[in-house]
Design a protein around this ligand. Structure first.
Ligand SMILES: [Zn+2]
Length: 291
């Protein structure tokens, strides 16, 4: 019975030999992944081992063994970067457009609102980083993969304009699947709108810092995410525009290993520095202090 179960998991049993007194069982990763209670353990994709879930959660969702950074809730990221009780969220009265009458779009949005208790895929406001005032926007990967529709675009644009009008720096933490396809062309227009707003900051020589977190892709990468004066990233972040398979098919070439990771992009000069989550606030403070 055991043998049957193991063989169905592509595992192997070594036979008893003269040198080998006991039967040894080698288990493949697939079997290991499924073999423990996932209420308490996480199978870490970085160190390919089981890590106590609580140890990861208490370490800002970072694996204490191998430093793999897992997703952090948007509200937790605000708390991580901004001084306690200093964050004032901007209030918006914006409703989602459904220009294409995309099937089930509004229902989907409503279910995300209920699930996340958030109104949209980004949190924007003003607060202090070790007593330095700044505008902060944090994209919410739990809300429709942090996709950028017209409301997300409006909120980012407002935040940038607020920073420009009040002579404040702005930090945007990205985490997004890209433009929200359910809004078609309107979502793509947000790329131009946010980029244009950033030119106002440029005119006033105000610093714009982006923090890229996993994943930062599509129209978000192709607009405000990569326009930071200083571009920071967390380790093992996926950063790209189109998916690797699409690129390979288009250029008819095999892509190098690690393509679209923060580490690869740092090596090729697309980002400025990779910062561990626990050090991010200090890094932001140092940059803001310099300005
Ligand atoms: Zn790990």
């Amino acid at each position: 019975m055991i043998k049957k179960f193991l063989s169905s998991n592509e595992s192997s049993i070594k036979k008893i030999t003269k040198d080998n007194k006991y039967v040894t069982v080698t288990l493949n990763n697939k079997f290991k992944e499924n073999s423990v209670d996932d209420r308490f353990w996480i199978y870490c994709k970085g160190c390919k081992d089981h890590v106590f879930k609580k140890d990861i959660e208490e370490n800002l969702n970072v694996c204490p063994k191998c430093n793999t950074h897992y997703k952090l809730k948007a509200r937790d990221r605000v708390d991580l970067l901004i001084d306690k009780d200093s964050f004032k969220e901007f209030e918006f009265d914006l409703s989602i457009q459904d220009p294409l009458k995309f099937p089930d779009y509004i229902e989907k949005i409503n279910s995300y609102k209920e699930k996340t208790k958030e109104e949209e895929g980004i949190i924007c406001g003003v607060g202090t980083v070790n007593s330095i005032n700044t505008v902060l926007c944090v994209m919410n990967p739990d809300f429709m993969m942090g996709s950028m529709g017209s409301v997300v675009g409006d909120k980012i644009t407002y935040s940038i304009e607020y920073a420009a009008d009040n002579n404040l720096p702005i930090i945007i933490c990205t985490a997004s699947g890209g433009a929200r396809m359910q809004e078609g062309m309107i979502s793509l227009m947000q790329m131009a709108k946010t980029s244009q707003a950033l030119s106002k900051l440029d005119d006033k020589h105000l610093p714009y810092i982006t923090i890229l977190t996993d994943p930062t892709t599509g129209g978000v990468t192709a607009s405000f995410a990569m326009l930071g004066d200083i571009i920071l990233s967390e380790p093992n972040t996926l950063i790209g525009f189109a998916g690797p398979r699409v690129i390979e098919q288009t250029i008819n070439q095999k892509l190098p290993e690690g393509f679209q990771t923060a580490e690869f992009l740092l090596e090729h000069g697309f980002i400025d520095i990779i910062v561990n989550r626990e050090n991010m606030k200090d890094m932001i403070f140092n940059i803001l202090s310099l300005h």
